[in-house]
Design a protein around this ligand. Structure first.
Ligand SMILES: Cc1cc2nc3c(=O)[nH]c(=O)nc-3n(C[C@H](O)[C@H](O)[C@H](O)COP(=O)(O)O)c2cc1C
Length: 206
């Protein structure tokens, strides 16, 4: 960046700072500077807790599952299994088991198989199942955004109840739910969405 550009940026930032908007402008600048559509997608996503009744097209469900398929996993062991709940019966069942299914038209139960996950040679009690499932879920969540769909990652459920209700075999642990659907008109990010720490607050350079 040359010096007139730096001075202009500083002046813009100072003006925005005085108007109370510097942080937002600065973070938007990072997305612009890197020309990153990914960063913009990541910033635009928020947890949706109100869904339209509109069904989700099968092609969009397929794209979400394709995003799951290509996710990295420890040693490429791919120890995950995904239940796609979309029938009226399954959706009704999951809403009885978790108040956080939010009547979404599609709910994925993302499970991992601890017998197939990578085990750390440094600690036999440590396996990659939760990490693998979480990366799979993150791919799915962001692909849902890419498809114009809302989503919410949900941990508020009893895994034993979900296992029994959907006949999930004992080798699989339901790790989390991912609610997906078209956001109800007017659905907005919660306050929590904006309460994010600054990079400097969670970073240590050595
Ligand atoms: C591991 C995990 C568990 C979560 N569990 C729930 C949940 O049970 N119910 C819910 O409404 N939201 C849940 N969320 C969503 C978070 O509350 C939300 O991501 C956070 O408040 C930030 O808001 P945002 O997603 O709109 O940016 C969960 C998110 C994560 C990553």
């Amino acid at each position: 960046m040359n010096s007139p550009t730096v001075i202009t940026s500083l002046l813009v930032c100072l003006t925005l700072f005085l108007a109370g908007g510097c942080d937002k402008a600065a973070s938007e600048n990072i997305a612009e500077k890197t020309n990153s559509t990914f960063l913009q997608l990541a910033k635009d996503r928020f947890s949706v807790r109100y869904y339209a009744k509109t069904p989700v097209e099968q092609e969009k469900i397929d794209a979400i599952l394709e995003a799951a398929r290509v996710a990295p996993t420890a040693k490429n062991l791919q120890p995950f299994h995904i239940y796609v709940l979309k029938s009226a019966e399954a959706i009704s069942k999951i809403n009885k088991l978790s108040r956080c299914a939010y009547e979404a038209p599609v709910v994925f139960i993302v499970c991992y198989d601890k017998s197939k996950a990578w085990v750390s040679p440094f600690d036999a009690s440590d396996n990659s199942g939760v990490m693998d499932a979480s990366i799979v879920g993150t791919h799915m969540m962001l692909e849902a955004s890419e498809q114009g769909l809302g989503s919410c990652w949900v941990k508020f459920f009893n895994p034993k109840e979900v296992t029994a209700a959907f006949d999930i075999p004992g080798n699989l642990t339901p790790s989390f739910l991912l609610d997906v659907g078209y956001a109800l008109k007017g659905a907005a990010p919660s306050k929590m969405h904006f309460a994010k720490r600054e990079v400097s607050d969670f970073t240590t350079y050595k």
